[in-house]
Ligand binder design. Structure first.
Ligand SMILES: Cc1cc2nc3c(=O)[nH]c(=O)nc-3n(C[C@H](O)[C@H](O)[C@H](O)COP(=O)(O)OP(=O)(O)OC[C@H]3O[C@@H](n4cnc5c(N)ncnc54)[C@H](O)[C@@H]3O)c2cc1C
Length: 238
């Protein structure tokens, strides 16, 4: 594709607002914009970002939403926000407000719990995830723990479903399981912390959020920092 329009968007799960994955979509959008510029094709390819949310990415914090939308404006990316999605077709995206003509659509839907969970007697959240305590323990099931995307945990409404959270939860769950196996009730709870680098291929923005802090740090070093982090992270498993 050397010319045309690419529409990039994401949506949440209306039944569970925290079940949304916007970070990678911002990365695709900014990464593609950078790449098209590097290839000298940007003037031939229009980019449109769409979301049924009026403030997409609001779980990253209000400053992040403002920063991400300002970055789209700076890069000449059109936005169609707050428009309920109706359908995708060969000619583009149809919303309740009209058409977004597009030659290519990149879309990430809201998340929901795996189908098999519905076939169990586990307590589920509205989005179909397994309810668990901040100790990662499933209520009234002393032998059952849950970590990562598939858990619905108590906490602020911006609680992220991200790899970093899964790591923090897994540490706590492992320690609490050890306690359980030794006849004690594990009481450790995981830290609520959102850390993400929105990579844009040659730069990036670090977003950090805890119940008491929220900041953004944009730097050309962030692209390499994320690549370095990835190499180090995967090396442990390899
Ligand atoms: C494109 C993209 C970019 C992302 N970037 C980041 C990032 O930069 N930083 C970050 O922190 N997070 C990021 N995330 C989120 C992160 O990947 C997830 O939050 C994390 O992987 C969740 O880990 P998990 O172990 O809970 O689930 P998963 O990693 O999804 O692992 C679940 C595993 O279970 C397997 N499985 C499912 N059903 C069954 C079954 N019935 N039987 C057997 N196996 C099964 C699946 O195949 C999968 O391997 C990104 C996600 C995406 C999609």
């Amino acid at each position: 594709m050397t010319r045309g329009t690419i529409a990039v968007g994401f949506a949440g799960n209306p039944e569970e607002p925290s079940a949304v994955r916007g970070g990678p979509v911002f990365e695709i959008l900014f990464g593609m914009e950078t790449w098209l510029r590097q290839k000298g094709l940007r003037h031939q390819v229009e980019l449109v970002f769409f979301s049924p949310a009026a403030e997409p990415g609001n779980r990253l914090g209000p400053e992040a939403v403002r920063g991400l939308l300002a970055e789209m404006k700076r890069r000449g990316i059109d936005t169609r926000l707050g428009e309920k999605l109706v359908r995708f077709s060969e000619t583009g995206v149809t919303t309740a407000q009209g058409e977004i003509p597009a030659d290519l659509i990149v879309f990430t839907p809201g998340l929901r719990g795996a189908d098999w969970i519905a076939g169990t007697d586990l307590e589920r959240s509205p989005g179909g995830f397994i309810r668990a305590e901040r100790t990662c323990q499933v209520p009234d099931r002393p032998h059952l723990f849950v970590v990562g995307d598939t858990g619905a945990f108590p906490g602020p409404d911006w609680m992220p479903k991200q790899g970093h959270s899964a790591d923090l939860q897994a540490d706590v769950a492992a320690a609490n399981i050890k306690d359980f196996l030794e006849g004690r009730r594990g009481t450790r709870t995981f830290r609520v912390e959102l850390v993400c680098v929105v990579d844009s291929l040659n730069s990036g923005t670090l977003v950090y959020r805890t119940p008491s802090r929220n900041f953004l740090l944009k730097s050309s070093l962030m692209h390499n920092a994320k690549a370095f982090f990835e190499r180090r992270y995967l090396a442990r498993y390899r």
